[in-house]
Design a protein around this ligand. Structure first.
Ligand code: ZN
Length: 283
């Protein structure tokens, strides 16, 4: 994410309880998994002969993924894009970020010449593989790290249109170098946008936080509370229409965080933690 402006911090302070406030609310909306056809038991002697379908059960009986996420649809959003910096007009377009206008996107941050967009992309690829291995259907919000966009509202809307089970957005932060650790951003209640998703998103954030900690990462020393940071100003979360979190996996300006974030081992570890958090939430 781009740096948090002072004015934004004030907004966060005012609405910080929103994400947790609805945590005990409605259960996450889950799209019904594809149901396997049930065999109709016919005990009567007047079994219909014209409605017997002999093909469907055969064709749908093919082996399906048997992992814990079978039937789930998960949107993985690698934040920003590798070409954003070269397209200021495109990413500067104003979009509806949840009842207010905001830039389509930003360039993202970087550390030691390693861009956030690249970190997000490389980690998202591993996460996609992990989720698919567990049986999930994964939708990525972008298909390369060389283009521009999509805008933040579109990233959320991809999840909404797919009626996904949830959205996980991967980012790296750019904060003062002394700060380190990850934080998970969850949407506050933004009326008309996240009324139904703020609660489940907060629950999802908790599961993801717990798994990142279990995997050895440290919660942020500079923002949020125990690794959770509710915000109402993020279009991707506000427009998702499904449980959604943004994971700021670390501070790319911090040497220790950056060392992990730019390594293949770091990508694998973070992705594995995120996948476990998703599975725990959906389990
Ligand atoms: Zn970012």
């Amino acid at each position: 994410m781009r740096r948090v402006a002072a004015g934004l911090a004030a907004v966060v302070a005012l609405t910080g309880c929103g994400g947790n406030d609805a945590a005990s609310g409605s259960a996450p909306t889950t799209t019904a998994p594809t149901t396997t056809p049930t065999t109709t038991v016919r005990t009567t002697t007047t079994a219909p002969t014209t409605t017997v379908r002999t093909t469907a059960p055969v064709t749908t009986a093919a082996p399906r993924a048997t992992g814990s996420l079978a039937g789930r649809v998960i949107v993985v959003d690698p934040g920003h894009n590798g070409g954003n910096a070269a397209h200021p007009a495109v990413i500067g377009r104003q979009v509806d970020a949840g009842g207010f206008q905001k830039d389509c996107n930003t360039t993202g941050t970087a550390g030691g010449g390693y861009t956030e967009a690249t970190f997000n992309w490389e980690t998202a690829l591993v996460l996609r593989a992990d989720l698919e291995a567990a049986g999930a259907t994964v939708i990525m919000t972008r298909d390369s790290n060389t283009g521009v966009g999509p805008c933040i509202d579109e990233r959320g809307q991809i999840a909404a249109r797919a009626r996904a089970d949830l959205l996980v957005s991967i980012h790296g932060d750019g904060a003062p170098a002394s700060g380190h650790g990850f934080h998970v951003i969850t949407p506050t209640v933004v009326h008309g946008y996240t009324d139904a998703t703020a609660g489940p998103s907060a629950r999802l954030a908790g599961f993801v936080r717990d798994q990142l900690v279990a995997g050895g990462l440290h919660v942020s020393t500079y923002v949020g509370s125990n690794g959770i940071n509710p915000r109402g100003d993020l279009g991707t979360l506000n427009r998702a229409g499904v449980p959604a979190v943004i994971v700021e996996c670390g501070n790319m300006a911090n040497a220790a965080d950056l060392a992990l974030m730019r390594s293949d081992a770091g990508h694998r570890a973070i992705a594995a933690d995120l996948a476990r958090g998703v599975a725990a939430f959906l389990g």
